[in-house]
Design a protein around this ligand. Structure first.
Ligand SMILES: N[C@@H](CCC(=O)N[C@@H](CS)C(=O)NCC(=O)O)C(=O)O
Length: 338
């Protein structure tokens, strides 16, 4: 009896110490009235504020889509610029609710860091930028090169692997920030600069002589970039993952910012389920029936977001490539809403 009493006392003490069950991230975000979104602050096309403090980018619009789904207001987002090195601690500590910052999904990031990757909003790979004057045509000619890269990235690790696998000597020169790494490359401290291929498009435009640069043909890694959340809140994980699927499905069903009010009347059952005129799929996520309507209306579908930030509507002019929908020769694929 005595032992039982002690066990019970200990259990209730533990309950007191543990405190009340933590509120869900969705509840926190709603109570706060804004989503805290960890983003890149320096990378055109993915995440960057302009001189007026207006943020743009693929990852930025992804966070706006989450806000649209929750608040019916795409502006209810506070963007937090995070460096490669600090991004994971900011998410772990709760400083941000979601990390959408050109971050590669890898096994250790998905397990050891206490985080979960929710999907892939950009299929990327690592490439090299080099001065034309060096007359190098292939990354395999980089033996003995000094290569600039950024700390705390998969870029650094792949670079070492690639040189080792090809039995080439390497001098890695790393920096904490993109601007430092670029400056070093621009002033000739390195022969080549390496980063995700998507980033090379914008990085090139920041150099003093963009036309004197060439991107080598080799892509040396897989860099599936996507939004991350903390482990332990499945509802939040689902919301973030399904916001991306909703944007992809909207593109597949030709639901756009401009036509969504007509598409609500569409007889197509898939469109009806997406936009909430049939079923209660948004409610199953803890949101409202019209969650995906809000995303399409206020932010647009995946293709629209891609084109304005990275594609033909942007200075970068990146083609869809792997990021085309699966119906158009790419591998972007939204899971079915049913
Ligand atoms: N996708 C890679 C690389 C991400 C990364 O941080 N890339 C750099 C080089 S383009 C960057 O975005 N720098 C911008 C900054 O730190 O402000 C990863 O997840 O580790």
């Amino acid at each position: 009896m005595k032992r039982v009493a002690i066990v019970l006392a200990l259990a209730s003490a533990a309950a007191v110490f543990a405190g009340p069950a933590p509120a869900s991230i969705l509840d926190d975000v709603k109570a706060r009235g804004a989503l805290n979104c960890g983003s890149n602050g320096q990378l055109p096309g993915f995440g960057m504020p302009d001189t007026q403090g207006v943020w743009t980018g693929l990852d930025v619009d992804f966070c706006r889509a989450i806000a649209a789904a929750i608040f019916n207001d795409a502006a209810k987002v506070k963007f937090v610029a995070l460096s490669a090195k600090d991004r994971f601690t900011a998410l772990q500590s709760g400083d941000v609710d979601v990390l959408a910052r050109n971050t590669t999904w890898t096994l250790s990031r998905d397990t050891q860091l206490g985080l979960n990757a929710t999907g892939v909003n950009y299929y990327d790979g690592q490439g090299f930028l080099i001065r034309k004057s060096l007359k190098v045509n292939s990354a395999l000619e980089l033996n003995d090169a000094a290569v600039c890269a950024q700390q705390g990235t998969t870029t650094e690790l792949n670079l070492t692997d690639y040189f080792r696998a090809n039995k080439m000597r390497l001098k890695t020169v790393t920096f904490a920030t993109l601007d430092e790494a670029l400056k070093a490359y621009d002033t000739g401290r390195c022969d080549a600069f390496t980063a995700d291929a998507s980033a090379l498009y914008s990085v090139r435009l920041k150099l003093t002589q963009p036309d004197d640069q060439v991107v080598l043909p080799e892509i040396i890694s897989k860099e599936p970039l996507g939004p991350f959340v903390r482990q332990g809140d499945d509802q939040w994980f689902d919301i973030v993952r399904w916001v991306l699927f909703a944007m992809l499905n909207a593109e597949e069903l030709n639901v756009t910012k401009a036509n969504v009010d007509d598409q609500v009347k569409s007889p197509n059952p898939e469109t009806k389920r997406l936009l909430g005129s049939e079923g209660n799929f948004g409610e199953q996520l803890g949101l409202t029936k019209d969650w995906a309507y809000r995303i399409a209306k206020l932010v647009g579908n995946y293709g629209e977001v891609f084109e304005r930030n990275l594609g033909q509507g942007s200075p970068l002019k990146i083609t869809r490539g792997l990021n085309a929908l699966w119906t158009k020769g790419g591998i972007q694929y939204g899971m079915p809403i049913r």
